[in-house]
Design a protein. Structure first.
Length: 304
């Protein structure tokens, strides 16, 4: 019997393929950098972790939903459900941290040379790589409770506090311990989003002041040229806006799936696509900002 969600499953499948190709191309770019023994810039280190988190997020969230849309409702066993939900929660948090770190670091980078923020730049460069590794470990610990609350799909109406996500079910007991745990996660997410928003507003103000200064100094021909710093800042602002939209949709979907009595509509694939749209489109925004050199991929070509 053909699944009624088959068209949406096909749409989600092609979007995931496109997203995986984009993210894998970014990862290959950085792997080539490492093999060529070239030093990665701090911003590139953050993007490397962000891209890896995006790949895992697409796989853990998109593929189970595709299998569900194709009619394989019980494609995952209990261990599989626990594993994919745990990986998704970890990578979701890591993507949030990486975007927050990227926007804050770029805000410090484009600050005026006489700004006190520039004093933090040299310190931040030393700890960016280690902070990303530590944050992976932190999210592995923060979400350690996820496998306990996830199980195979449960369709029985007699089971209380159990929410079905289509391919897995989520047990959400309403007690003080869980409330404190959710408050901790929400506080962390809110802190990262707040820092991201503040750094974005700061970057916009810096760009606006820079444009006003350049307009009075250079001719119109030079004014039209965009500096690498401005281009990188614009790229990060696009990523921040896309991430906030995707994260907001994800949060709304979780709330309605948990507390709404008619939560079936929130399991439709279009909401899954909107939830992971940042992971799908992020690499293409980054690719437009990365200037690939042929000598990077063809080191035997000699100097130009």
């Amino acid at each position: 019997m053909i699944s009624p969600n088959l068209p949406m499953g096909i749409f989600l499948f092609f979007q995931i393929v496109i997203g995986m190709l984009g993210n894998c191309s970014i990862l290959c770019y950085y792997v080539t950098f490492l093999f060529s023994r070239k030093h990665l810039m701090p911003k590139d280190l953050i993007m490397e972790h962000l891209t890896f988190a995006n790949c895992l997020s697409i796989i853990s969230k998109g593929i189970p939903q595709i299998l569900s849309d194709f009619g394989f409702k019980e494609s995952l066993d209990d261990i599989g459900c626990k594993f994919v939900m745990y990986i998704y929660r970890v990578t979701r948090g890591m993507s949030l941290y990486a975007m927050c770190l990227l926007s804050c670091f770029q805000a410090i980078t484009i600050s005026p040379s006489n700004s006190r923020w520039m004093m933090l730049k040299h310190r931040a460069v030393k700890y960016i790589g280690s902070s990303c590794l530590v944050n992976w470990f932190v999210h592995l610990l923060l979400n350690i409770i996820t496998p306990v609350k996830v199980t195979v799909p449960t369709y029985s109406k007699n089971v209380t506090n159990m929410n079905s996500y289509g391919y897995c079910s989520w047990f959400a007991p309403r007690n003080m311990a869980i409330a404190l745990y959710m408050f901790l996660l929400c506080f962390y997410d809110g802190l990262c989003l707040g820092l991201m928003a503040c750094s974005s507003v700061y970057m916009v103000s810096i760009l606006y002041k820079h444009k006003r200064q350049v307009k009075h100094i250079y001719t119109a021909q030079h004014f039209l040229k965009v500096s690498p710093e401005d281009r990188a800042t614009q790229t990060i602002l696009i990523l921040v806006c896309t991430f906030i939209i995707s994260y907001t949709i994800s949060s709304i979907r979780v709330i309605f799936t948990t507390y709404s009595k008619v939560s079936v509509i929130w399991r439709v694939s279009i909401f899954i696509f909107l939830e992971i749209c940042f992971s799908i489109f992020c690499p293409f925004v980054l690719i437009s900002n990365i200037k690939c050199s042929f000598r990077l991929f063809l080191p035997f070509c000699g100097k130009s």
